[in-house]
Design a binder for this molecule. Structure first.
Ligand code: CP
Length: 286
């Protein structure tokens, strides 16, 4: 078995096969209930996560396997100065496969070079998030039935948004996909991705206006402005509410617009739960 560090590590045929398998698991879960019996997955999360870590763990349990790991760097020997290489070398003695999230770009690649078991990149800094992309592709396939001939709007933090980078790389391999890249100037898609789009002749436009873009979109991929990637609080505060989706903005949308990856709007929720101890949960996901 090999590592999955970047979505382009998978061919289009392999992605199609994974999507077909995922659809079959959804339709026939019992068929897969023992597929990973006696296998162990380690989830090494050096950065916070709700969806990714728990979905990995739930998937392994559904497949009859076991899980071990940690959900924060300070729950591992990283807190005592252990290197990523030493951590994965050690964990590779206990587990058959490792899913790893790390704030540093490229950390899962380094891990894969130092470890005897496959590494799955569960998000590395502002770089890539290939398994989120597999989930996004499955959603698009189930909602639209195809990946060709789509106008895909990417909105919000396109600079640090690792899920955006991976999804663009996946969709550029299909026919007649156009990207509408909607962001403030400070959070535009990195230059290296624009260079790749230009080189491949993939159509795209960059805009700051979600309202102007809305009518032509088949897919709208929303991302949050990520506080943890900013070097100063002032820039974060200025940009954090740049794109909030609401009913008024959707008035001109196509009837079958598919919206992916939105997060709850924390201000509205936290007003409602100001005196509720669970409010910290809502603050974390904003
Ligand atoms: N989509 C995603 O990566 O969510 P988490 O940070 O909760 O894992």
């Amino acid at each position: 078995m090999r590592s999955l560090l970047d979505i382009v590590d998978l061919s289009v045929a392999e992605i199609d096969e994974l999507i077909a398998t995922a659809n079959d698991i959804i339709a026939n879960p019992d068929k897969y209930a023992e597929k990973c019996k006696r296998k162990k997955l380690a989830t090494l999360f050096f950065e916070p996560s709700t969806r990714t870590r728990l979905s990995f763990e739930a998937a392994m349990l559904e497949l009859g396997g076991s899980v071990l790991g940690f959900s924060a760097a300070n729950n591992s020997s990283a807190a005592k100065g252990e290197s990523v290489a030493d951590t994965v070398k050690t964990v590779g003695c206990y587990a058959d496969i490792i899913a790893m999230r790390h704030p540093k770009e490229g950390a899962p690649m380094i891990a894969s070079m130092r470890c005897d078991v496959p590494i799955i990149n569960a998000g590395d800094g502002g770089h890539n998030h290939p398994t989120q992309t597999l989930a996004d592709l499955l959603t698009i396939q189930r909602e639209k039935g195809h990946f060709d001939n789509l106008v895909v709007g990417m909105c919000g933090d396109l600079k640090f948004g690792r899920t955006v980078h991976s999804l663009i790389h996946a969709l550029t391999r299909y026919k007649n996909v156009k990207f509408v890249l909607i962001s403030p100037d400070e959070l535009k898609v990195p230059e290296y991705i624009i260079d790749e789009l230009n080189k491949e002749g993939i159509p795209y436009v960059e805009t700051t206006s979600l309202e102007d873009a809305m009518p032509e979109l088949d897919i709208l991929y929303m991302t949050r402005v990520q506080q943890e990637r900013f070097f100063n609080e002032e820039d974060y505060l200025r940009l954090k509410d740049s794109y909030i989706l609401n009913a008024a903005k959707l008035v001109t949308a196509k009837k079958d617009l598919c919206i992916l990856h939105p997060l709850p709007r924390v201000n509205e929720i936290s007003v409602a739960v100001d005196n509720d101890p669970r409010a910290c949960y809502f603050k974390q996901v904003s």
